[in-house]
Design a protein around this ligand. Structure first.
Ligand SMILES: O=c1ccn([C@H]2C[C@H](O)[C@@H](COP(=O)(O)O)O2)c(=O)[nH]1
Ligand SMILES: [Zn+2]
Length: 161
């Protein structure tokens, strides 16, 4: 008999997105994304970080001031799309913990992604988020907030030792 307590596809892919976010060096908001095809095969992952060659220790992580992270950070969703290295993303689902901004929405739409599953929308009142939702809706990209009764998934490196 199969065991109980296994995670759903949605929990699995949002879990992968959250795990990817753990790689982010952003001190304020860590974002992770996971792109999946219609057969539930992972096509790509990404997190918010500086471009190749731009050192995490030399570029600014500040939110305010003369030079901020916003000038440099590649967003998690865009990184996931770029990390797919030209794979066909038509009809794919994108799992992301933060609701995508307007720039990511443009890339999501143009890459053919059909559905965005997001965890939270902490900048719901911002212009960027409103523009994003508007574009995604116009382009027919399905938007769904992730829901689960499971609060945590524990990763135990010694589980089978
Ligand atoms: O669509 C998005 C929007 C934002 N991000 C990244 C960009 C930044 O690294 C953080 C946001 O930082 P705050 O300090 O919360 O303003 O999130 C992203 O990856 N995708
Ligand atoms: Zn973005």
């Amino acid at each position: 008999m199969k065991r109980n307590g296994y995670i759903s596809w949605d929990e699995y892919f949002m879990g992968v997105a959250l795990l990817a976010a753990k790689r982010s060096k952003d001190p304020n908001t860590q974002v992770g994304a996971c792109i999946v095809d219609s057969n539930n095969i992972i096509l790509s992952t990404g997190y918010n970080g500086f471009p190749y060659g731009c050192s995490d220790d030399l570029y600014p992580w500040e939110r305010e001031g003369e030079d901020t992270k916003y000038n440099y950070v590649v967003h998690a969703e865009l990184n996931a799309i770029l990390n797919a290295r030209g794979k066909n993303l038509k009809g794919a689902r994108l799992y992301v913990d933060l609701f995508p901004c307007n720039e990511c929405a443009k890339a999501i739409i143009q890459s053919g992604i059909a559905e965005v599953v997001y965890l939270y929308n902490k900048y719901a009142d911002s212009e960027a988020t409103r523009a994003s939702a508007r574009m995604l809706q116009s382009a027919g990209v399905k938007l769904r907030q992730f829901k689960t009764d499971t609060e945590t998934i524990v990763l135990d490196f010694k589980a089978n030792a």
